[in-house]
Design a protein around this ligand. Structure first.
Ligand code: PMP
Length: 419
């Protein structure tokens, strides 16, 4: 008899039976308030009726077409619909299955389009686990250790981490941009640099929003040196941060945008978007895959977009996100181990710090476990594992946010020994 691989490490002991909206029900019938949303995927909530119906209808018509063999209608319709939400001039789309695949597709495109090899990513960034994406990932040693050699041609510049270094956001931003200039002058000359790869909010790296001026600084340097700016919106896209795209907060324009997670409410789907003129510079045959742009995933994505727009979920993310952040700050004020509360929209986190000022992963793990035991599903993140994050579906209500805050407050109080 086969058994589950020991590779499987579960963040919670939950054995899910079914999901409905913001709740997951386990096989014992216990209800959990799900503030993980499948790591920021089920933005419309578990099994939103509109998404379920769209997928069910599509399953009965066509499951798989393979779009380089035969085009199918859901993919064409989704492409048109995404035109409403993509920033100009990103008018061309290419579909894949996962965030990592889309990251790698964007690197292939950037290298072919510029004829340059290097990609600069930012410390604490997470871009996936495939060999190219892992090379760009510095959100923790566990993502890279023992699997190399990884894709060559990657240089890593600092991301502005104000809290950890005790700086203001302006100081951290100025430091990071000066170090980037130094890197471009010494390690990865502009003539060799195809792209910058950046998240608008460091995700797995600890939920650190890019401070004002940072993305703008990258845009300015990209323009100056003919470098492409790739914005990885796998986790931040589709309303998660209270704006449709995470980079909307900075008002900058990406050259290539990567989207996945929230795009199809849990069906595997990802995409890269770029101006047609740039996308046309990919070499024929270098992009693609058997399952990318699956017909059922595309139908679910269209329904997802309908729900996000008709139920005003981006505004809801901004409003409930502000309520969540406010409540988390109030709780942190009574708990010295929570050194920082930060995030954008419904991407919020608490960083635990010990009395010595160092990351306190043990305190974070204790609070996380108590919250999960109490019925609030959460995740941790950060290179040191000392950040607890909350990523509820975008349909979450003010009352459900208050319920979560109550559970979180109880979990933190119950585990505050030694504060
Ligand atoms: N980029 C970012 C910003 C992510 O958060 C993730 C997943 N956490 C990925 C890429 C990789 O996506 P996937 O797990 O679908 O390959």
């Amino acid at each position: 008899m086969a058994k589950l691989s020991p590779l499987l490490k579960q963040a919670t002991p939950v054995l899910a039976d079914h999901g409905e909206g913001v709740y997951l029900y386990d096989t014992d019938g216990r209800r959990h308030l799900d503030f993980t949303a499948g790591i920021g995927v089920t933005s419309t909530g578990h099994c939103h009726p509109r998404v379920v119906e769209a997928a069910q209808q599509q399953v009965g018509k066509l499951i798989h077409g393979q779009y380089t063999t035969v085009m199918h209608e859901p993919l064409l319709r989704l492409t048109t619909r995404l035109g409403d939400v993509l920033p100009e001039p990103l008018d061309s789309l290419f579909f894949l299955n996962s965030g990592s695949e889309a990251v790698e597709a964007s690197v292939r495109l950037a290298r072919q389009a510029t004829g340059r090899q290097n990609v600069v990513s930012f410390a604490g960034g997470f871009h996936g686990r495939t060999m190219g994406a892992a090379a760009l990932t510095t959100a923790g040693t566990k993502f890279r250790a023992g699997i190399g050699p990884l894709m060559p041609g990657v240089a890593v510049a600092p991301f502005p981490q104000a809290y950890r270094y005790g700086w203001s956001e302006a100081e951290a931003t100025s430091f990071a941009l000066r170090e980037l200039d130094y890197l471009l002058a010494t390690v990865s000359a502009p003539a060799d640099t195809a792209a910058f790869m950046v998240e608008p909010v460091l995700g797995e790296g600890g939920y650190i929003p890019a401070p004002p001026g940072f993305l703008e600084g990258l845009r300015e340097r990209a323009d100056r040196h003919g470098i492409l700016l790739i914005v990885d919106e796998v986790q931040t896209g589709f309303g998660r941060t209270g704006r449709f795209w995470g980079h909307d907060h900075a008002g900058i324009r990406p050259d290539i945008l990567i989207t996945a997670k929230g795009l199809a409410s849990g069906f595997p789907l990802s995409a890269i978007a770029a101006p047609t003129e740039l996308m046309e510079r990919a070499w024929p045959g270098s992009q693609g895959g058997t399952y990318g742009g699956n017909a059922v995933s595309c139908a679910a994505a269209i329904a997802t977009l309908d729900v996000i727009q008709e139920e005003n979920l981006v505004d809801n993310a901004a409003e409930t996100g502000a309520r969540l952040a406010d409540g988390l700050r109030k709780i942190a004020a009574d708990h010295p181990r929570i050194g920082d509360v930060r995030g954008l929209g419904l991407m919020q986190a608490c960083e635990f710090t010990g009395p010595d000022g160092e990351p306190d992963a043990a305190a974070a793990q204790r609070a996380h476990k108590a919250a999960v035991d109490g019925g609030l599903l959460l995740l941790t993140c950060g290179a040191h594992g000392n950040v607890v994050r909350m990523i509820p579906p975008l349909i979450v209500t003010a009352e459900q946010v208050d319920d979560a805050l109550e559970l979180w407050s109880a979990a933190v109080s119950a585990t505050a020994d030694g504060d």
